[in-house]
Design a protein around this ligand. Structure first.
Ligand code: AMP
Length: 280
């Protein structure tokens, strides 16, 4: 039985659950307030705080886990980044009070105080940059530290940047980019099947299956519109006359452009569906 440590609350928990559902590993909780659950087959989940997951995995209490890469790095433990799960994207940034006159790292002089829930990453960043600072650990919401007179500078996560702006803070530098990852300790062999299942779902999310009836005369030009994985599949339509059916996989991000281009080629009966899994 492989034990996976999964986040127990918040956006990270919801997105993780959805991904495991899509990969055919639905969480079957044991009771209303279950701390562990079966993921079917050979997987079992324990639900813990995202911050604690790096420790659980590094200590071997779980074989793998899902958490933010920022938290994995801050833990200072040796962990492997097995798969980027493509949600929870954010950046760990250095930000300073608008009125502080700090617009770049070069403006940080003297032993300034830096408030952060990421003291280890902040310390190593400023050491690397050769900038002497005093790191003040705070448990969360570092943005308010400048209002309290605790520090002029913060190191915290941001995604849209609106929390920093609302608090009168200006981004000065990026420490690291982060997103949710599947992490593991040293032994990763038994996790290959899980990685393959999650990868196939993530790959499928970015693609759509497109079907359309296209005039035979447009097939040459169609290749540019629907390259597909190995070129579009072309199928005869019974009593289709001039029309043939074409099927192909196309990127979801540009699907409206694909539909527009198909119409321009005279396509009819265009059908777009989601793909559950993709294993090229
Ligand atoms: P923002 O969208 O930049 O206003 O961020 C909103 C709040 O969520 C801020 O307090 C961030 O520190 C926090 N945040 C944003 N993205 C993440 C993430 N991926 N993981 C944890 N906290 C985040």
């Amino acid at each position: 039985m492989l034990k996976l440590a999964l986040p127990n609350k918040g956006r990270l928990a919801e997105e993780t659950r959805e991904l495991f559902d899509d990969a055919g590993l639905p969480v079957q909780a044991r009771g209303e307030r279950a701390l562990s659950a079966s993921l079917g087959g050979e997987f079992e989940a324990i639900f813990v705080r995202a911050q604690d997951i790096p420790e659980f995995v590094a200590d071997g209490a779980a074989d793998a886990g899902v958490t933010g890469w920022d938290l994995a790095c801050e833990s200072g433990r040796t962990l492997r980044d097995l798969l980027d799960l493509e949600f929870g994207s954010c950046r760990l940034v250095v930000a300073a009070r608008e009125e502080s006159g700090i617009a770049g790292l070069d403006d940080i002089r003297g032993a300034r105080r830096v408030a952060t829930p990421f003291p280890r990453l902040a310390r190593s960043f400023f050491d690397r940059m050769g900038i002497p600072v005093e790191v003040v650990p705070v448990s969360g919401a570092a943005e308010i530290a400048p209002h309290l007179g605790i520090a002029d500078i913060v190191v915290d996560l941001t995604s849209t940047g609106s929390t920093l702006r609302v608090n009168g803070l200006r981004e000065v530098a990026t420490v690291m980019g982060s997103s949710a990852r599947l992490i593991a300790g040293q032994e990763t062999g038994r996790l290959a099947q899980l990685v393959a299942a999650l990868t196939s779902v993530l790959r499928a999310r970015g693609q759509r299956y497109v079907m359309a009836n296209v005039p035979r005369a447009a097939l040459e030009r169609l290749k540019a519109v629907l390259p597909g994985l190995n070129g579009p599949t072309v199928i005869d339509v019974m009593n289709g006359g001039d029309l043939v059916a074409v099927h192909a996989v196309a990127p979801a991000c540009s699907i409206y452009r694909t539909i527009h281009d198909l119409k321009a080629l005279g396509a009819q009966g265009i059908l777009v569906t989601r793909i559950e899994r993709l294993m090229p």
